[in-house]
Design a protein around this ligand. Structure first.
Ligand SMILES: Cc1ncc(COP(=O)(O)O)c(C=O)c1O
Length: 401
């Protein structure tokens, strides 16, 4: 893949990374092109618009200059040839899966994924006769199990790493090698890490997905998604899905993501260092039986995480000895940590996967994915870590022994 590279360091590309001189005068910051359509000078310029033969911009569902800048920047940061911005992370996942697979096809996915992804795979793709085959990342010999589930109709492999909400780490290189052997793409949801901490394409993955709602936007004020990969595959997703199913991102949201991206490196540094502090503290807390954070030496995939990631990001899970009742007390008592789904914001967010983000899982699905009723997920924000721990300490103290 001829990836976009330049002579600058990652941190510099996160701030700069795109050239907007062709669409602006002397703007330091890329302008927002809030327009639905673009004027034609005459009939001939407008003719042939929808067969792709017209050069330049036509209609914002198809292409928009602000959205193009975001796509260019994300291709650079992930090390891909091209990118697509979508209306949400789920739109990105739907675009990829519905382009790669059709009636009669199947795919293999980890069963520890975002609850919306799980519902799309398990319930909705079935309507199109596309079948998921799930594997558990917490079992040993996962890769042999993946291989045993593949056949001539397997169209792609799908993983999240770190995985939502168990924080399991999946071996990208192993899965990519298996995908290569079968000449199918490995799709990696890189939402939990961000391109600053992990680059799946460099490890052999073929497509990367993001919920840009999370760390890329970084401020909890937009919903958007991204797909990054090789040029031909991105073009296929564009023409076979995006253009006519239509989940385009708003130029305003694309602009907010471009703005958010400028601070990605420093935010991820801070999210990661706070998460490690809080994880170490929780590990010694008497009300907590287990902490899941890939940065901890006690995490079963710590060495793999060290290999795949620059730092370990800002999300952790912890198991309360008191189970669901204890989780209810904790979540009702926190004050600084906000009880809300989502992650990757400046604000620390706390939630209960089994009844919130992963309520799309049945009891059996939860058990198979290792999501227990006592599991709480914490997305560490940019507040002072001592204030976060104080808040958690007060709320944990309210749990009955
Ligand atoms: C890992 C992951 N992927 C995808 C999504 C879906 O993204 P969105 O909410 O932007 O549609 C989420 C949402 O929480 C997520 O956590």
């Amino acid at each position: 893949m001829a990836t976009k590279k330049n002579r600058f360091s990652e941190e510099t590309n996160i701030v700069h990374g795109i050239d907007n001189s062709h669409i602006s005068t002397q703007d330091l910051v890329a302008p927002i092109h809030m327009t639905s359509t673009f004027k034609f000078n005459d009939f001939d310029q407008g003719a042939g618009v929808f067969d792709g033969s017209r050069q330049g911009y036509v209609y914002t569902r198809i292409a928009n200059p602000t959205v193009d800048l975001l796509q260019e920047k994300m291709a650079l940061l992930e090390g891909g040839e091209a990118a697509i911005a979508t209306a949400s992370g789920m739109a990105a996942i739907a675009a990829v899966t519905m382009t790669l697979a059709g009636p009669g096809d199947n795919f293999v996915a980890c069963n520890s994924v975002y609850g919306g992804t799980f519902a799309l795979f398990k319930d909705h793709l079935r309507k199109f006769n596309i079948s998921p085959r799930f594997v558990s990342p917490v079992k040993t010999n996962t890769i042999d199990r993946v291989a045993s589930l593949m056949d001539a109709d397997t169209r792609f492999l799908f993983i999240e790493t770190p995985a939502n909400p168990t924080l399991s780490i999946i071996n990208i290189e192993l899965w990519a090698t298996l995908a290569d052997q079968h000449r199918i793409p490995l799709v990696v949801d890189n939402t939990f890490a961000s391109p600053y901490l992990q680059k799946p394409l460099d490890m052999g993955a073929h497509l990367v997905i993001h919920s840009a709602t999370k760390y890329l936007g970084g401020h909890g004020d937009i919903i958007a998604g991204m797909v990054i990969g090789d040029g031909a595959m991105i073009q296929r997703i564009r023409t076979e899905y995006m253009d006519h199913f239509g989940p385009a991102v708003s130029p305003f949201n694309a602009w907010l993501i471009l703005r958010g991206l400028k601070t990605l490196a420093i935010r991820m540094d801070r999210h990661s260092s706070t998460a490690l502090k809080v994880a170490m503290w929780l590990e010694n807390h008497p009300k907590v039986s287990q902490v899941y954070y890939p940065g901890l030496g006690s995490h079963p995939d710590h060495l793999l995480a060290q290999k795949q990631m620059k730092q370990f990001s800002g999300i952790l899970g912890f198991e309360l000895k008191g189970g669901r009742a204890a989780a209810r007390t904790l979540l009702n008592r926190v004050e600084l940590c906000t009880l809300a789904v989502s992650l990757g914001d400046c604000d620390t967010l706390i939630q209960h996967p089994a009844s919130m983000t992963h309520s799309t899982y049945s009891e059996a699905d939860l058990r198979a994915a290792g999501i227990d009723q006592g599991l709480v997920r914490l997305s560490l924000g940019l507040e002072h870590p001592d204030d976060i721990m104080d808040d958690l300490e007060t709320a944990l103290a309210a749990i009955d022994d």
